[in-house]
Each structure stands twice: as C-alpha cells, then as structure tokens.
Design a protein around this ligand. Structure first.
Ligand code: NAD
Length: 490
C-alpha cells in the first residue's frame, strides 16, 4: 500500500489542484505512529475568496445550467469513481485519522451508497401547482440555495464529506468545503475525482485550513448563501453567530452523549457486545457513540463486568492491519483531553473497571475504557468525551430510564435493548433524540434522516429531507381571470 506519503496535497479550487496564496504547506502527522504522513496545503482568506468566486462562476455558468438528469448521472459517476478508488481512499483515511481500516472500508461503502442515493433522489426534486380560487394559478419552483460553505470535522473526513457534498450537488448548489486542517486528504481526493468524472469547474472546491481563521472567514463570506456545519456544539454556537451577519441559512450537526438502555428482559447476548461496539467503534470518536450505558438495576453488576471483559478483548493496534478493531485517537493532544475526563471522573466517584491508563509507546493509542458511574450528575456522564470511554449507570424502572436518557443537553441517538416490543416503541416516542434504535445498534444509512434534537443541532443528513435544506421554494402566482386587475379602481 503506502499511497499517502509520496505526494503533496494542494487546495482544490475551480476544477484544479492549486497552491495556497500564502504558500503554507503543513506536514501531517500519522496519529498511530507519530511519524510524518504527507504534506498538505492550507487555505487562507485569499484562497477562500478564490474558491467562493469559482463556486459563484460555476453557478452562473455550466453548473447552474446542468439539468437534474445530468446531475444524477454525475453523482452516479462519482459513486463509481469512489468505489473504483477504494484501496487508495481507505488507506488515506485510515492513516490520516488513525482509524482501523476494517471500519474505514464500511464507511467507504456507505460513502459510495450515499452518492448513489442522492444521484437517484434528484428525480424527487420538483415543485407543485395548485389553482387558487377561480382566477389564480400557483406553481412552485425548486432552486438551489446557491453557494454553500460546508465545514466538516476530523473524525470521519471521508464520510462527512460525502454526507455534505452529495445532497448539495444533487440540489444543484456549488460547494466550498473546509475539512479539518489535520485530515484533508480524502476530501481533496474526492474533489479530484469529481473533476475527473465531469463535474464542471467550481462546482466542488476544497479549502483545508484552521477553524477560527479560514473556517470563520468562509462562514462570514458574503458570497456564501448557506453554511452546513458538522462539529462540536461549542463551535456550532459560534457558527450561528458568525452566520448572522450577513444573514445566511445554517444547518448544524453537533455533538452527542447518546445512551444504550439495557432492560432486564433484553437479549443480553446482543445487548452487551453491541453496547461495547457502539462506543468503541472508531475509538469513541463518533458523534453518535453510545458513550452511556443505562442498565436496569438487577443486571447492573453483570453488565459492568461483561463490558469490562469485552473492552479488554478488543483488538487495538495498527490501523492498516485488517484484524484491528480499534486504531489510535486523532492526536496526542486529544488523548490527553480524553484521559483528563477519566481522571476527573475517578475523582468524582466513578470506578474505572477497564482501561483508563495511557499506554507506553508511539502513537495516540488509548485503551477501551469502562467506567461505573453511580450518578447521572458526573461530568463523565454529562459531557462528550469523544474517546473510547463508556460510563455505565443503573436505573430502577422504565420511567427512570427515560428520565436519565433525556437528562443531558444532547439528543442525537439512543439504542433501546428490550424483549418487549411495546416498550421499545414507547421509549422511541419518549426519548428526545433524532434517532432511536430498537435492538439495533447501527445508525447511519443513506435514505434514513440523521440529526439532532436539543444541543445536538438541527437539520438532517442522509434523508430526502436533506435536499430541502439545499433548495429554495419560489412561488409563482399567475392570474387566469378575465377581468382587468385594477385594485384602486383607477
Ligand atoms: P470542532 O467543532 O472543533 O471542529 C469542526 C470543524 O469546524 C473543523 O473543520 C474546524 O476546523 C472547524 N472550526 C472550528 N472552529 C471554527 C470556527 N470558529 N469557525 C468556523 N469553523 C470552525 O469539532 P471537532 O472536535 O473537530 O469534531 C468533533 C465534534 O464533531 C464532536 O462534538 C462530534 O460529536 C461532532 N460530530 C457531529 C456529527 C453529527 O452528524 N452530528 C458527526 C461527526 C462529528
């Protein structure tokens, strides 16, 4: 393999790879080894200006004239190109993020399916018409919102890029996408592939850079009509503020502190290992990671101890080894942050049952960690750790389970494990989160809307609904009456 280290990655603006105006090129460090991985150009304000101008030109030119059927063809062609470049994209992603390649391959598959879904969904874009009274005909036009600034985090750069690009392009918007400065590689490669399959110049632009400077400049840019952001709740609030002058449309996919709820009547052979998978997949660096496990009291000790055993059995190591189940964290700095949560949790009365110690050796590895947390009030239960750390808390009955599930500021995902189908549906209605799984830990599928309640944001990804977030509805009203229209009787 080894595809990443032998090249330098530029910005992607106006249909081509280009150098940054500032000349800034950064060395990226491979999180799992601590060694240099590749060199990547960083965009500054002048580059964002160029990218927004290229996007506006695309909308005024070829891309703006592209029909829905042609956009569909291009999205399917891009899906094919992403599929054909699987080995390269998967390795780039695994090495850039430190994530197990077994996980990345599943994400790559979903990325392909997502482009196919929106390639087909272009057929659903259309207005409606309606005669009103005897002398008015109304019809609506669906038009792209315009130029969209999209900002994505480092945890799933490939998948987040596809979640953002596919619906925006299906709707006919032009995109300026800013990946995280640490993880720009797969987004740049996908922009190159988009150009190769025939997307007109300027339809897709990628400008990696730092958030508070380059990202904030993109959000404030008067040439950007809408901002679609995925990242932390704290930054999401800042994005809303920045997008208020000049006013623009905003959608936010933010953080989470999602629970698995395990009832005594559940099939424990699925519930416990799935609850382990739901946090340790991607080393817990997932917005929808079920970082809390709520357990009915009689089962509590058994579930805590089995989760501890499972945590110890997970194969942690080289992201490129196909047997690896969990790679490293994104960086040493992030590992320190994660470990800080565990240390403070222990100080507040939580018991570390498995993991919880920083290992020796190179790379930003952290062990799968299980913490028995007796109270919902602890920081480790309330705050998003964004690492492989799960807090396990007991509940008395169904009413308390719902109360604890909802007693956090987030609301992205919940998984209910129960043998009682009626209880599953009852809880689905009462838990305040964008997605509820009943005896099912998996989360994101093209075609199923995904997004947050409460501080987890607003807007939905992956669904048909998402298209509407990239479209304006224009109402056209026509007089069909025969009498003159002269309201003042002049
Ligand atoms: P972050 O908010 O620090 O950064 C996310 C992106 O925003 C990065 O590209 C960053 O450069 C940029 N950014 C930072 N400050 C900015 C500013 N002032 N203006 C404009 N852009 C700015 O988040 P992170 O730590 O990189 O990512 C992890 C977070 O993302 C977690 O909270 C996670 O739950 C969330 N997330 C949510 C979803 C979802 O769909 N709900 C999916 C993945 C990740």
């Amino acid at each position: 393999m080894a595809v990443a280290t032998d090249r330098e990655y530029g910005l992607f603006i106006g249909g081509e790879v280009t150098e940054p105006a500032s000349g800034e090129v950064r060395e990226l460090i491979e999180p799992a080894t601590g060694e240099p991985l590749a060199r990547a150009a960083m965009a500054g304000e002048a580059d964002v200006d160029r990218a927004v101008e290229a996007a506006r030109d695309a909308l005024a030119g070829d891309w703006g004239k592209t029909s829905g059927t042609e956009r569909s063809r291009l999205l399917h062609a891009l899906a094919d190109a992403i599929a054909a470049n699987r080995a390269e994209l998967a390795e780039l992603e695994a090495r850039n993020v430190g994530k197990a390649i077994s996980s990345v391959k599943a994400e790559h598959h979903q990325a392909v399916e997502n482009f196919r879904f929106y390639g087909s969904a272009t057929a659903s874009i259309g207005g409606r018409s309606n005669p009103i009274g005897g002398s008015l005909l109304f019809y609506s036009l669906k038009e792209p919102v315009g130029v969209v600034g999209q900002i994505v985090p480092w945890n799933y750069p490939l998948m987040m890029t596809t979640w953002k690009l596919a619906p925006a392009l299906a709707a006919g918007c032009a995109v300026v996408l800013k990946p995280d400065a640490q993880t720009p590689l797969t987004a740049i490669r996908m922009a190159e592939l988009a150009a190769e399959v025939g997307f007109p110049a300027g339809a897709v632009n990628v400008v990696p850079g730092d958030g508070p400077t380059t990202g904030a400049y993109l959000v404030r840019h008067p040439g950007v009509d809408k901002v679609a952001f995925t990242g932390s709740t704290r930054t999401g609030g800042e994005i809303m503020r920045l997008a208020s002058d000049p006013v623009k449309r905003v959608t936010l996919e933010l953080g989470g502190k999602s629970p698995s709820l395990v009832f005594a009547d559940a099939d424990l052979a699925s519930a416990i290992p799935s609850s382990a998978w739901s946090i340790f997949y991607a080393a817990g660096q997932s917005c929808e990671a079920r970082s809390r496990v709520l357990v009915e009291k009689p089962l509590y000790d058994e579930v805590v101890s089995k989760l501890g055993e499972h945590a110890g059995a997970i194969r942690v190591g080289d992201p490129l080894d196909p047997e690896t189940q969990m790679g490293s964290l994104i960086s040493l700095a992030h590992r320190e942050r994660v470990h800080g949560f565990v240390e403070r949790g222990a100080g507040e009365g939580a018991e570390v049952v498995a993991g919880g110690a920083v290992p020796d050796g190179a790379g930003a590895f952290y062990p799968p960690t299980v913490v028995a947390a007796p109270s919902n009030a602890l920081e480790i239960v309330q705050e998003e750790v964004f690492g492989p750390v799960v807090a396990v808390t007991p509940f008395e009955d169904e009413a308390e389970a719902v109360k604890l599930a909802n007693d956090v500021r987030y609301g992205l995902m919940a998984t209910v494990w129960t043998g009682d189908p009626a209880r599953g549906h009852r809880l689905a209605a009462r838990i305040k989160s964008g997605t509820v799984g009943i005896n099912m830990p998996y989360t994101a599928f093209p075609g199923i809307p995904f997004g947050g309640y409460k501080q987890s944001g607003f807007g939905r990804e992956l669904g048909l609904e998402t298209l509407d977030l990239y479209l304006e509805t224009k109402s056209v009203i026509v007089s069909t009456g025969s009498r003159p229209i002269n309201p003042f009787g002049l």
